[in-house]
Structure formats: structure tokens, C-alpha cells
Design a binder for this molecule. Structure first.
Ligand code: ATP
Ligand code: MG
Length: 310
């Protein structure tokens, strides 16, 4: 569906997108994850032809975007990070206006507006001026605009920043539904790893313009040899037991706090109950435990040494 080949954007000596190559397959929801200033919006702007690459190439359905921009634009819907709507116009009129900009006939546009209002669930607010509706609803209209031409590829640039949890959930569910029911390919840009984990099977992590990881969460976990965390709550542990805990097979690191032990578990461990059993057998009275699977946040931390939300 989409291919980036050595894509580069340079401002003076600043490489803000640094030789990124990746492929997004038909029908997938692909995550583009990275902290503020990583270069996510710059990548999106180059795909939407708002910015010209300094180097490299973008292909849509195998065709060069530079050579066939009009064809590419027909199959894409782009939701920009900054809301681009006419505040004085109603949701319905905004959608209709953008529909005609995309080249839909008046009748087509009118029909499509009703469909899109249903998808974004704003039919009841359609006549209200966009300037008067909530931030979350504006975001939904912004997404609606990108859906007017019924795109094969929908690209959303941080569509949930600064909105209420209800609108956020609505947006996430809508994206899932469009992918599942209409087979829409989606690129979802965010610095919220929970959203990307919820939506996307494959993810690209970018930092400082560079692609630093690409794959499914499981692949990244294997590649990084990332550890899961096991937290064990106890009411009694024998004095001086720490060295024994640390030397249990599969325990990479152990920390004891007042009534809990935090263990980093090596990926080779298939059953954490073996570790629990060992802890019991060395005299620890366990009252409960919690298992935290490795997540994209911890993978990012492991690669870059910093947190996604700095
Ligand atoms: N016109 C420009 N001239 C110079 N530098 C720019 C320009 N536009 C963007 N940049 C720089 O490019 C880098 C990447 O910015 P970009 O907006 O793509 O990041 P982002 O990943 O989308 O961040 P955010 O999560 O904050 O939206 C930043 O360091 C930014 O300052
Ligand atoms: Mg951005």
C-alpha cells in the first residue's frame, strides 16, 4: 500500500527525517510511535505532499508519489495534527465543502456527508457551527473530512491529543471499525503507546528522525530481549534471602520493597509459576502476585534510555 524508501527531510544541517525505509501492507493498522519532535508529522506531511522530501521516495500502491501525486491523493485521507476546519461553518457544511475540494459532485458529496456523519456519530450536531462544539467533536469532524473520499489509506496524526476520554475511545473504536469492516489501511501516529498497542499489530518507533525499531510487539520484544516484570506480594520472607532470590533461574534482577518483590523475568521463562514455586520453597510466604508484560514504553526506554513522554 505504502512504501517509504530512504525518506529524508533536512532543514539546513538538521536531519529531521533520517533515511527512513518501511512498508505498510494492505489492510493493516500500522503505528508510527515517537516522542515530541521525533519527525512523525514531517513524515505525514511528506506523504500528504504538503512537504517535499529532501531525499528518498514514497510509493503508493507501487507508484511514485512524486510522479503521480493526483492518483495517490485519490486513495488517501489525511487527518492533520492541527485541526483544519472552518469554525463558522457547521460540521455538515465543512464536510460538504471538503468533499467538493476532493472533486466529489454536489450530489455525491451530500450523500457521503450523511454516511460520514454516521461514522463519526455526529448526525445530531451536524448543523451546529464547528466553533461551538467541543474539542473532541471537532477532532471527529476533522477525521470526517479525511473520510469524505472514502480512502483506501487513512493517515491520522495524533488524533486524540488533548481531548476527553470518551471522544478518545470513540476515535479508537471508529478506527478499528473502519479497518475491520471496510478493510481500510490505517497509519496511526501517536506518542501514546497504549493507543498504538491497542490498535496496531506492527509499529515503527522513530526518534530524532531515525527509525529505531520496526515490527510487531512480540518481534520487538524478542529482538530487544526485553524482560517482563513479576511482582510478588509477601507477608514473610526469611532474613538475608535476597541472594537466593536473585540466583533463581530466569530472574534477571530482583528488588525487595517492604512487602513486595519486583522481579525482571528473562524472556526464556515460559511459566512464571516455576519462579513462584521456587520463592515458596525458600520460605517466602506469598499472598499474591502480578505479572506485567513488557510494553512498547519499556522497549522504547530500553533502546533510547529515555521515556516516550519526556
Ligand atoms: N519548517 C521547519 N523548519 C525547521 N525545522 C522544522 C520545521 N518543521 C519541523 N521542524 C523540526 O523537525 C523536527 C520534527 O518535527 P515533527 O513535527 O515532525 O515532530 P513530531 O514527531 O510530529 O512531534 P510532535 O509529537 O510534537 O507532533 C522538530 O525538531 C521540528 O522542530
Ligand atoms: Mg507531530
Amino acid at each position: 500500500m505504502l512504501e517509504l524508501i530512504d525518506l529524508t527531510k533536512q532543514y539546513g544541517s538538521d536531519m529531521v527525517v533520517d533515511h527512513i525505509s518501511l512498508k505498510v501492507e494492505d489492510g493493516e493498522i500500522f503505528g508510527l510511535l515517537g516522542p515530541n519532535g521525533a519527525g512523525k508529522s514531517t513524515v505525514v506531511s511528506m506523504i500528504s505532499t504538503v512537504k517535499a522530501p529532501t531525499g528518498g521516495e514514497i510509493k503508493i500502491n507501487g507508484k511514485s508519489l512524486r510522479r503521480f501525486p493526483m492518483e495517490a491523493k485519490k486513495v488517501m485521507g489525511i487527518v492533520p495534527q492541527d485541526i483544519a476546519l472552518y469554525e463558522a461553518l457547521s460540521a455538515k457544511d465543512n464536510l460538504e465543502l471538503f468533499g467538493s475540494l476532493y472533486g466529489l459532485s454536489r450530489n455525491e458529496s451530500k450523500r457521503r456527508v450523511e454516511e460520514v456523519l454516521d461514522i463519526i456519530e455526529l448526525a445530531d450536531k451536524k448543523n451546529q457551527a464547528v466553533g461551538e462544539i467541543s474539542g473532541g467533536m471537532k477532532r471527529r469532524v476533522n477525521i470526517g473530512v479525511a473520510l469524505m473520499n472514502n480512502p483506501e489509506l487513512l493517515i491520522l496524526d495524533e488524533p486524540t491529543v488533548g481531548i476527553d476520554p470518551q471522544s478518545r475511545n470513540h476515535i479508537l473504536e471508529t478506527v478499528k471499525k473502519l479497518n475491520k469492516e471496510k478493510g481500510m489501511t490505517v497509519i496511526y501516529t501517536s506518542h501514546y503507546m497504549e493507543e498504538v498497542e491497542f490498535l496496531c499489530k506492527r509499529v515503527a518507533i522513530i526518534d530524532n528522525g531515525k527509525l529505531i525499531a520496526l515490527g510487531t510487539k512480540e518481534e520487538l520484544k524478542d529482538k530487544m530481549n526485553a524482560s517482563d516484570t513479576l511482582i510478588v506480594f509477601f507477608q514473610y520472607a526469611p532474613e538475608g534471602i535476597f541472594p537466593e532470590i536473585s540466583s533463581i533461574w530466569g530472574v534477571e534482577r530482583a528488588e525487595i520493597e517492604s512487602n513486595k518483590i519486583r522481579l525482571l523475568v528473562h524472556p526464556a521463562v515460559k511459566n512464571v509459576m516455576d519462579i513462584i514455586d521456587r520463592l515458596r520453597s525458600i520460605g517466602i510466604q506469598i499472598t499474591g502476585f502480578k505479572f506485567e508484560e513488557v510494553n512498547l514504553e519499556s522497549i522504547f526506554l530500553q533502546i533510547t534510555g529515555k521515556s516516550l513522554r519526556e
